[in-house]
Design a protein around this ligand. Structure first.
Ligand code: SF4
Length: 407
């Protein structure tokens, strides 16, 4: 049982516990009037909550609208203009609302609300590019991932069509006004594996005109050589969401991914892309992520996934399952925090043991997941040499990046 003292002292534990339980907003809260971000239902299911900043500068997105939140011990209050988090009526800590930038209330030159083109997930810009994932429109029956809400969201908070110019306009606004350093593109599955063809023109323009870091999260293209090309044109991150390492659960919960690509092809793509770190433009960093959702399979299986991903030189991205309203799993329980602590502890320890480059990107705070480096608060182990090395690498990387932006 987690105590209030631990929650007060350990921001990573607090971030994790809030993902699992959510927060109830007291009527004293005026999130938007106080400059906070409106709760949006965008992205593949996780960004449905309240964006806030916890102690330790941990940015997060806390469930606030799903039915399970009604049972949460956490409440958020506004006292004398400050936001205060309480647990079972006792004060835990002050928190900040993630600031809503001016561009959130503007439209593009073509008249679309800018937030329907892209939204901030913490401090980076996330864009769900192109039409809805075709698993949602498959005939005779849809084969979408059961936790996913993309097919419910599009057309509500996300625009169906986003032109190159519209996307560039929003990226410029986010760079100038929110100081973003990283743009993350996300697509679902499209017949003919067209997702990389769709994204490449965006990558080229961002690289040529703005020099920002760019990431691409799509299904694993059947022609893995395509990733050599992405590496060449300056993509900095590729991410493959296989979600579940347990084969039976993968097949059951991700029927489209299973039928179309299969878990083995996801793993092969992770392995292939991780090896590309040694090739490509010297000044463009390259990171490969394998993404899983903790809480959809036993913790031991999530830990096996983390160990496999790090063994091939990739970095795990570990989300916490959130039973979103309207999804096939909406009536499932969210995971128990205590069961997930070993998973996130292993996330940090495995990355440090393998010497992986975590926490290097300048000004990238992620609200949708626990970053590996944030999980250091969950581990008793310190890695002094690796920590020093990462600090030095981070400094160098920041300097190079700033020089490039100034050029
Ligand atoms: S691949 Fe699965 S998680 Fe991704 S958008 Fe399609 S249904 Fe959703």
């Amino acid at each position: 049982m987690i105590s209030i003292t631990e929650l007060r002292q350990n921001p990573a534990l607090l971030k994790l516990d809030l993902y699992c339980k959510g927060v109830r907003l007291d009527e004293s809260c005026h999130v938007e009037e106080d400059g906070g971000r409106k709760i949006l239902r965008t992205r593949a299911g996780l960004g449905s909550g309240l964006e806030m900043i916890l102690p330790g500068n941990l940015w997060t997105n806390v469930p606030a609208t799903e039915p399970f939140v009604a049972r949460s011990p956490y409440t958020l209050h506004r006292l004398k203009g400050q936001y205060l988090l309480r647990w079972k009526g006792q004060d835990v800590t002050g928190v900040e609302l993630s600031p809503r930038p001016g561009w959130y209330d503007r439209t593009t030159a073509t008249g679309k609300p800018m937030t329907r083109i892209g939204t901030l997930q913490g401090t980076y810009l996330g864009i769900y590019q192109a039409k809805v994932c075709e698993y949602w429109t498959a005939k005779p029956a849809k084969v979408n991932c059961k936790f996913c809400s993309v097919g419910l969201n599009l057309g509500i908070d996300d625009a169906d069509e986003k032109s190159l110019d519209e996307v560039m306009e929003v990226i410029r606004a986010a760079r100038d006004e929110s100081g973003i350093t990283y743009v993350d593109f996300n697509t679902g599955h499209y017949e003919g594996d067209t997702y990389l063809d769709i994204l490449e023109p965006f990558v080229r323009r961002i690289k040529e005109e703005l020099g920002l870091l760019v990431g691409v999260q799509t299904p694993p293209h059947r022609d893995l050589k395509r990733y050599d090309h992405l590496r060449e044109i300056g993509v900095n991150r590729v991410s493959f969401c296989f979600e579940i390492y347990d084969r039976e659960l993968f097949e059951e919960i991700c029927p489209g991914k299973h039928a179309e690509y299969g878990l083995d092809h996801y793993l092969e793509a992770v392995r292939y892309c991780a090896a590309l770190a040694r090739k490509g433009p010297r000044l463009e960093p390259w990171v490969t992520n394998g993404e899983i959702i903790a809480g959809l399979e036993p913790p031991e299986s999530s830990i096996r996934a983390i160990d496999w991903i790090t063994s091939v030189g990739a970095i795990p991205t570990v989300c916490v399952f959130r039973p979103l309203t309207g999804t096939d799993l909406e009536h499932s329980d969210p995971p128990e925090t205590e069961a997930l602590v070993p998973v996130f502890r292993r996330l940090y320890e495995a990355c440090m043991e393998k010497g992986l480059p975590i926490g290097l990107a300048p000004n990238v705070h992620v609200s949708l997941v626990m970053l590996p480096e944030e999980c250091r608060w969950l581990s008793p182990h310190r890695y002094p040499w690796q920590t020093l090395k990462l600090k030095a690498m981070g400094k160098l990387f920041r300097r190079q990046f700033e020089r490039r932006l100034a050029a």
